[in-house]
Design a protein around this ligand. Structure first.
Ligand SMILES: [Fe+2]
Length: 439
């Protein structure tokens, strides 16, 4: 695979030209009467035209043919993609899933779109307020097919197998332990290299941004320069009515045929782009005295709601780090939360549950559903000698934390056949240590 080119950029104005066509970007204006090389100019807006400058998002694409050249969209098979949050009964219990199974290509061919399965979510794309969590399992590349989301943004977390994602802005190679964000409307096609699995957080109505740092100061957590944006790349490829453009629109899939590859953008500029980030670059901050900071200290990206301090969803990671807190029960504390917490594991063993929670699986602790370390972890951590120790070495767990009370789909509860029936038992062995005569 040829080396791919990236530039740093998180919401910055970037400029990019495919090196095969120097000077393809018009100089001094966005939409000249005639563009260099006979290209068409097309704006992709990611915010209302009138948003304040700090949140205004748009890019200008200079392409061989504009996106409008396609046959009408028609409904297509939904597979296991849904935003019908009423299809199953409400489920307030702690839920945990074994690794989601990836079919072999010889049994069932699935590409990134046909391999999407909605696990849980809430809210509504029509009113642009909500989230969905999807699992993708695939074994086949998308051939002459591209996908875009009219409803919101995708944050993609590969867990097994790398993704070579061709976008209108260029190519992104995204490997496990990296994430990428494909924002609303951006067309992309995913090439895979074997059995591939991962998690996807969809937000309707807000873009992901870096969290504010407050007293942390100017540096820390995910630094803007570590977010990489692709460099322009185009193909001038005719496919005679056989290229399929798939749109997720109002929660449903639609397809339209066209005669050419949509990856025909020779140059672009703007601050509305796909991007990727390597989780190893996260600068971890935590207590160096006693007790815990709340897990919000591990927030990589947040999609804010309109309520101050409340996210539609945060993407939070639990990376390798030092544990040094004195006189402290160091694993995550027992708690009940007014937010919903979906967790996944990219690799390794999660400290609060060394068994049971496996890479490629997941757990959901819903609103006010109690959770915390299992009995074995509690006993071990209560007696441990508190020396500086490496925590989560070789591990990368993450959380999609949301202010929405999420419904679980029928696929999540039944069809996937991955839901554990006995998860609650991991807390059954917790015993009372209470002794009123001994402090
Ligand atoms: Fe939690």
């Amino acid at each position: 695979m040829a080396e791919l080119k990236y530039m740093p950029g998180f919401g910055n104005e970037c400029v990019s030209e495919d090196p095969r066509c120097p000077g393809a970007l018009p100089e001094g204006q966005n939409n000249p009467q005639v563009c260099p090389y006979g290209l068409y100019a097309e704006q992709l807006s990611g915010s209302a035209f009138t948003c304040p400058r700090s949140t205004n998002k748009r890019s200008w694409l200079y392409r061989i043919l504009p996106s409008v050249c396609h046959k009408p969209f028609k409904p297509m098979d939904q597979g296991h993609l849904t935003h019908n949050w009423d299809e199953a009964e409400a489920e307030p219990n702690q839920l945990r899933w074994k690794p989601f199974e990836i079919p072999r290509a010889s049994e069932k061919k699935l590409d990134f779109v046909s391999g999407l399965h909605t696990l849980c979510g809430a809210g509504e794309p029509k009113s642009r307020n909500g989230i969905a969590i999807h699992i993708f399992t695939c074994n086949t590349s998308m051939i002459n097919r591209c996908f875009y989301n009219s409803d919101g943004d995708f944050l993609i977390v590969p867990q097994q197998g790398k993704l070579l994602i061709t976008t209108e802005f260029g190519k992104l190679l995204v490997e496990p332990n990296e994430i990428c964000v494909i924002q609303q409307g951006m067309r992309f096609s995913v090439e895979v290299f074997g059995e591939t699995r991962g998690y996807m957080l969809e937000v309707y109505g807000a873009h992901f941004e870096l969290p504010d740092l407050g007293p942390i100061g100017a540096n820390g957590l995910a630094n803007p320069r570590d977010f990489l944006v692709p460099v322009a790349w185009y193909e001038d490829r005719q496919v005679a009515g056989d290229y399929t453009v798939i749109s997720k629109y109002q929660g449903k899939l639609f397809s339209a045929q066209q005669d050419f590859s949509p990856f025909n953008v020779v140059a672009w500029h703007g601050n509305y782009t796909p991007y990727k980030y390597n989780l190893d670059n996260f600068m971890v901050i935590n207590s160096v005295a006693f007790d815990h900071a709340d897990p919000s200290i591990f927030t990589v990206l947040t999609a804010k709601s309109t309520r101050p301090g409340v996210a539609l969803a945060d993407f939070v990671i639990f990376p390798p780090r030092w544990g040094v807190a004195n006189n402290t029960f160091r694993p995550p504390y027992y708690h009940r939360n007014c937010m919903s917490e979906f967790m996944g594991l990219i690799k390794g063993r999660y400290e609060a549950k060394e068994e049971g929670f496996q890479p490629g699986g997941g757990s959901l602790h819903s609103m006010m559903t109690p959770h915390g370390p299992d009995a074995e972890c509690f006993e071990k951590a209560s007696k441990a000698r508190l020396e500086p120790e490496r925590v989560a070495e070789g591990t990368m767990a993450f959380m999609f934390e949301s202010s929405f009370s999420m419904a679980v789909t029928t696929w999540g509860l039944k069809t996937s056949n991955c839901l554990e029936k006995t998860y609650y038992k991991c807390w059954e062995q917790l015993k009372s240590h209470f002794n009123p005569s001994c402090k």
